[in-house]
Write a protein that binds this ligand. Structure first.
Ligand code: IFM
Length: 456
C-alpha cells in the first residue's frame, strides 16, 4: 500500500461519483446531545443529567434537558436530512428512556418513541444506524458502581435485548458502543465527562466491562435481528512522536498501546497488549475466564471516528504512562483547537487495514467545530467546515483507491448540539440551531454536502 498523496487530491475536489454507488452517506447524532425531553414519557436521570447539574462541570452551566428538542422536532430534522440527500442516519438510543430500574420491564413509551423514529427514517430513505450506548448511562446504574461493576454488563444486555427485539425488524445496523475510550478514560480517569471520576484503575475496569458488553452483545443482536450487521465505533488518532529522540519515540509507543492497541488488539482476538498490561501494573482490570474470547466476537464492520492526530512527548511522572499529548503548533486548527489533518484520516485507515484487516470500515464520525454566526442575511457562511469536509472526503477517496475497504461516511453532526463539557458553546452541525427559538437553518456546509450528494 502506498502513502496517500494528499497534494494530488487537493487538485481534484471530491465528487460523489468518485465513490461506489452503494456508498453510505449519512450524518450522525446522539440521544443526550439532541433529544431534550429530559423528563418526558418515563425517562429517568442519566449520568449526564447528574454531572451537568454539578457546578463547574459544563462550561456554560447547561445540560441536555431541552437540547435541540429533537424528541418533538425529529420529523423536521429528518426532512432536512432527506433533502440534503442523505441515505443513512446514525442515532443513539437513550437507555434511561427504556429502563428505570435494574429489574423492571422496558418502558413502552420509550420503545414506541424509537420505533416512530425508525419509521420516520425509513419513510425518508434514511437507513437507520442505531448506536446502543453513546454515554448516557442511567444514574441508577451509576449509583451501583456503573461500568466499573460487572453487573452493568448484564443490565446492558437486557437493554440491548429489548431494543433489538423491538427494532430488529427494521434496523439491520447496530453499533454497540460509541468511543469506549471516552466512556472509560474521559469519564473515569480524567473526570471531564460523566460520571466525573479520576481513578485510572476504575477507568481500565470500566473499559474492560464496556468491551465485554460489546462482545456479549454481538451474538445477542444476531439472535434477535435477521441479517444483523454489528460493529463498534472507536475514536482513533494517528500518532506522531514529538521528536526523533528515543524518549519521545518510546512515549509515543506507550501511548499507542493504550490509545489504539488496547481496543483493537482484544477486539481482534489478540488480548490486551502485553507491554501495556505490564506498564499499567496494578491498575490492570480484573479479567474473568472467557472474557477475552467474548470480546473478540467477530463483527461485521468497524466504525472509525476521526477528528485529529495526536503528538506525543515523553513526560516522566505524568499520567499513568508518563506521556503528554501536545497541543498542535503552527498548524491549522478548528475552534476547539483540534488540528485539521485530512491526511491523518487516510494514514489511520491504512494503518488499521494493514494491522487488523477488520473488514468493511465506516467513518461513523468526522466533522469540525467552528464559531458559526448567522449573518444579517440569515445565512451561516461556514466555508471552513465545507473545506474540512471536502478535504477529508478527498483523503477518503484516495485511501479507498489504495484498497482500504471504507463503505460509508457519517458527518458529525446533522445539527448543532450539546457538546458535553463544552455545553452549547461549540457547534459541529451542518444545520444551525437557534437554541432560543429552536429554528433550524442549513449552513453553507450543509448546502455544500447537499450539492455534493445530489451531484449538482
Ligand atoms: O460530540 C462528540 C460526540 O458525542 C462523540 N465524538 C466526538 C464529538 C465531537 O466532540
Amino acid at each position: 500500500m502506498t502513502t496517500t498523496n494528499i497534494n494530488s487530491t487537493r487538485q481534484h475536489p471530491p465528487a460523489r461519483s468518485d465513490f461506489a454507488p452503494d456508498f453510505l452517506w449519512g450524518c450522525a447524532t446522539s440521544s443526550y446531545q439532541i433529544e431534550g425531553a429530559g423528563q418526558e414519557d418515563g425517562r429517568v436521570e442519566s449520568i449526564w443529567d447528574r454531572f451537568a447539574a454539578t457546578p463547574g462541570k459544563v462550561r456554560d452551566g447547561s445540560n441536555g434537558a431541552v437540547a435541540c428538542d429533537h424528541y418533538h422536532r425529529w420529523p423536521e430534522d429528518f426532512d432536512i436530512g432527506r433533502d440534503m440527500g442523505l441515505n443513512a442516519y446514525r442515532f443513539s438510543i437513550a437507555w434511561p428512556r427504556i429502563f428505570s430500574s435494574v429489574d423492571g420491564q422496558p418502558n413502552g413509551k420509550g420503545l414506541d418513541f424509537y420505533s416512530r423514529l425508525v419509521d420516520g427514517m425509513l419513510e425518508r430513505g434514511l437507513q437507520p444506524w442505531a448506536t446502543l450506548y453513546h454515554w448516557d448511562l442511567p444514574q441508577f446504574l451509576q449509583d451501583r458502581g456503573g461500568w466499573a461493576e460487572r453487573a452493568t454488563v448484564d443490565a446492558y444486555l437486557r437493554f440491548v435485548d429489548a431494543m433489538t427485539r423491538r427494532l430488529g425488524d427494521r434496523v439491520q445496523h447496530w453499533i454497540t458502543h460509541n468511543e469506549p475510550w471516552c466512556t472509560a478514560m474521559i469519564g473515569n480517569y480524567e473526570g471531564l465527562h460523566a460520571p466525573g471520576l479520576k481513578d485510572f484503575k476504575t477507568a481500565l475496569q470500566v473499559c474492560h466491562h464496556v468491551l465485554l458488553s460489546h462482545g456479549k452483545a454481538v451474538p445477542l443482536i444476531r439472535a434477535n435481528v435477521p441479517d444483523a450487521r454489528v460493529g463498534i465505533s472507536l475514536s482513533l488518532h494517528p500518532l506522531r512522536a514529538a521528536s526523533d529522540s528515543a524518549r519521545d519515540q518510546a512515549a509515543s509507543l506507550r501511548h499507542d498501546g493504550l490509545r489504539y492497541r488496547w481496543f483493537l488488539d482484544p477486539l481482534h482476538g489478540r488480548g490486551y497488549p502485553a507491554a501495556t498490561l505490564d506498564a499499567v501494573g496494578a491498575a490492570a482490570p480484573v479479567i474473568e475466564p472467557g472474557d477475552m474470547e467474548a470480546i473478540a466476537a467477530k463483527t461485521d464492520f468497524l466504525g472509525v471516528n476521526y477528528y485529529f492526530p495526536e503528538t506525543i512527548e515523553d513526560a516522566p511522572g505524568e499520567g499513568p504512562l508518563s506521556v503528554r499529548v501536545l497541543p498542535p503548533k503552527d498548524v491549522e486548527t478548528t475552534a476547539l483547537g483540534w488540528e485539521v489533518a485530512p491526511e491523518g484520516l487516510a494514514e489511520l485507515l491504512a494503518r488499521i487495514e494493514s494491522d487488523y484487516h477488520p473488514g468493511p470500515m465506516y467513518i461513523t464520525e468526522n466533522g469540525a467545530c467552528y464559531d458559526d454566526v448567522v449573518g444579517p442575511d440569515g445565512e451561516v457562511r461556514d466555508e471552513a467546515r465545507s473545506r474540512y469536509l471536502q478535504r477529508h472526503l478527498a483523503a477518503l477517496r484516495e485511501v479507498i483507491a489504495e484498497g482500504v475497504p471504507v463503505k460509508g461516511y457519517f458527518a458529525w453532526s446533522l445539527v448543532d448540539n450539546f457538546e458535553w463539557a463544552e455545553g452549547y458553546l461549540r457547534r459541529f452541525g451542518l444545520v444551525h440551531i437557534d437554541y432560543a427559538t429552536q429554528e433550524r437553518r442549513l449552513k453553507d456546509s450543509g448546502k455544500w454536502y447537499r450539492s455534493f450528494l445530489r451531484q449538482e
